[in-house]
Ligand binder design. Structure first.
Ligand code: ZN
Ligand code: ZN
Length: 340
């Protein structure tokens, strides 16, 4: 009997399923060598981008960065990992292609790691446990074998919805073929074919450089967003709020809110000055055309109660002016009202 696609997926990382109870760090040289080679190529890509690549090629690489980021924020993260909204097949198809361009492992594994991260934040069962340092939570976690606690706790994560998702199954079955086509081949030949870019420039700018740029920015949510920023919603989680990160990650920097209410499709308190491109696009484009629906949000009242109960006291919503519903009585008391 031939193995199912999901069994194939496990075979790829079979060694992870033989936990060493006496935890000793074991390096994953395949990943380490891969990352070293790609980082060197990305640096060369920066050189080519400055010296010889066409502006259109850089713009094309930038679009791929947006597409890759969007697949992580709207797809792997909010749709599949957290089930914060539902999507029709058209949007799922787009997201699965974009997610392959992003090359952040298969959707299945991405989701499993992310559900572990939320359920066991900052313990040894968290794949990118930020207690093990910035480098570890940024990219180092992919360079060593998983901690035995993580392997043990994987059994507690319900993945039945993901295992039965036809898009996830399709991607696992054809992952390497899809990766070759969407991650490597098309980004290299499109600039060459359509605007006479050299194949060398196309490859280095639109593949390794673009890839590592979007990868590191996505990974900042695992590292940076657990190190710096305030915790207005819940001091019990290490997720933090950072505006800059929210801009570059298309809205995933409101990480204290997200860890407090992981099933809110907005991944932030939308409005109140919270910049969130992914939320905006989901609501105003895919929501409007009906490809995304059943958006889950937390009520303002519940958010307010949570802020008072578990926040660090730093919460200060933006207000549009006098009489905004978020304007406090204390704020009003500062005003001088005059007639001339
Ligand atoms: Zn987190
Ligand atoms: Zn999440």
């Amino acid at each position: 009997m031939s193995p199912s696609p999901l069994q194939d997926e496990y075979v790829l990382h079979k060694s992870e399923y033989e936990p060493d109870r006496q935890y000793k760090r074991k390096y994953r040289w395949d990943y380490i060598i891969f990352f070293i080679i790609f980082h060197i190529q990305a640096i060369y890509g920066i050189y080519l981008m400055i010296t010889s690549a066409k502006l259109l090629t850089t713009a094309f690489a930038f679009v791929l960065y947006l597409v890759a980021l969007f697949s992580a924020t709207a797809g792997s993260h909010r749709l599949w990992s957290h089930r914060a909204y539902k999507a029709k097949w058209q949007l799922k198809l787009l997201l699965v292609i974009f997610q392959t361009i992003a090359f952040q492992e298969t959707l299945y594994r991405w989701i499993l790691y992310h559900r572990l991260h939320h359920k066991y934040t900052d313990t040894n069962a968290d794949p990118h446990n930020s207690k093990r340092g910035f480098f570890f939570s940024q990219i180092g976690w992919l360079m060593i074998e998983a901690h035995p606690d993580q392997i043990e706790k994987r059994k507690t994560i319900d993945m039945s919805d993901i295992k039965s998702d036809p898009f996830v199954r399709f991607q696992i079955r054809y992952y390497y073929r899809m990766l070759f086509l969407f991650f490597a081949f098309l980004p290299t030949v499109i600039p060459w074919y359509f605007w006479n870019e050299t194949l060398t420039n196309s490859w280095f700018v639109a593949v390794p450089l673009r890839y590592l740029f979007s990868l590191h920015i996505t990974f900042f949510v695992n590292s940076w967003a657990h190190f710096w920023g305030n915790q207005p919603y819940d001091i019990g989680t290490t997720g933090r709020e950072t505006l800059f990160l929210s801009i570059i990650t298309l809205g995933e920097g409101w990480h204290n809110y997200h860890h407090t209410f992981p099933w809110d499709y907005r991944a932030s308190e939308f409005g109140g000055g919270r910049i969130n491109v992914t939320t905006f696009v989901l609501k105003n484009i895919f929501g409007k055309i009906g490809w995304a629906y059943d958006f889950k949000t937390v009520s303002d009242d519940m958010i307010q109660k949570r802020i008072e109960r578990t926040g660090d006291g730093s919460y200060s919503p933006s207000i549009w002016g006098w009489g905004d519903r978020d304007q406090t009585e204390e704020n009003k008391s500062f005003a001088t009202i005059e007639n001339f």
